[in-house]
Design a protein around this ligand. Structure first.
Ligand code: ACM
Length: 280
């Protein structure tokens, strides 16, 4: 049975958690989907003016206000939600994504590759790249991997998720660099997976510096096709029907396989190793 896969794109208001939850609730109201991906840091906005600002909005997982809202939406819609938010765990802060199933189960991914000033605010993710077994409302089981925004820049992230069995990669994002929307079809194709990038739009300022978020959320198929893509500045939910099991046949032709033909013994794993082979 097909799975209805969706991204939700909007422009979170800086530090306005209640307002952002209300905006998402209203965008979700009539949505019929099995899997809905929300942007990175969807409750708070992105460009923190200070660590104090981050502390105001970071929440424990799963006991915070935003996970409670996500649980109630997942239950009401019968959908699995993947959403980015600032996590507080003791004295540490993580740029995390939660995976919330309709039965209320919550899993967490903590962003591994921190971008720009995130490196001064958050700890790098310590849970690794994770793949979760998920069921659609019609009972189709599939495997869902999660990465957050800048993780796209490192092909190892999507590759690790594919090697761990992901059929679909959920990718909550706050993209500012222009390259990702044209790169995700490549990540999808080189790993033969579906990808769902949920980006935000709008602009945030800090000390005269401005970040513009580029929208263009998209769902890509395993052959690298863009199945649906949002405008740059729209509040929108984009939905497409996919068969996640299509990702599992990774044969390129009778002789080649996307993952099976890898030659890890020939790849660089040790950056200190020899880079030039002497000739003669
Ligand atoms: C990003 O990782 N938010 C660009």
């Amino acid at each position: 049975m097909p799975v209805r896969a969706a991204y939700l794109q909007f422009a979170p208001a800086y530090l306005e958690v209640d307002q952002n939850l209300a905006a998402v609730e209203s965008l979700l109201r009539s949505v019929e989907a099995d899997l809905i991906v929300l942007p990175e840091l969807f409750t708070s906005g992105y460009f923190f003016q200070s660590k104090d600002d981050l502390e105001k909005v970071a929440e424990p997982i799963p006991n915070g206000q935003s996970v409670a809202a996500l649980r109630s939406w997942a239950d009401a819609l019968g959908a699995t939600l993947v959403a980015g938010l600032a996590e507080r765990d003791g004295d540490n802060f993580y740029n995390s994504a939660v995976i919330v199933r309709p039965d209320g189960r919550v899993d967490t991914y903590r962003k591994v590759h921190l971008f720009y000033e995130e490196t001064t605010l958050f700890e790098p993710g310590d849970l690794g790249f994770r793949v979760f077994e998920v069921d659609s409302s019609a009972g189709t089981s599939y495997r869902l991997g999660v990465m957050v925004c800048f993780d796209w820049y490192f092909p190892e992230a999507a590759r690790t998720l594919a090697l761990r069995g992901a059929d679909v990669i959920a990718h909550p994002s706050n993209l500012v660099l222009p390259h990702c929307p044209d790169s995700m079809p490549v990540r999808a194709r080189e790993n033969h997976v579906f990808t769902i990038t949920a980006n935000r739009h709008g602009r945030e300022e800090k000390e005269g510096e401005s970040l513009r978020f580029i929208g263009m959320s998209e769902v890509c198929g395993p052959s690298g096709t863009i199945l649906t893509r949002a405008e740059e500045s729209a509040n929108v939910v984009g939905i497409v029907e996919v068969d996640p099991h299509e990702a599992r046949d990774r044969g390129i032709n009778a002789h080649n396989d996307v993952l099976g033909d890898r030659r890890p013994d020939t790849y660089a794993t040790d950056p200190m190793g020899a880079t030039v082979t002497p000739s003669g």
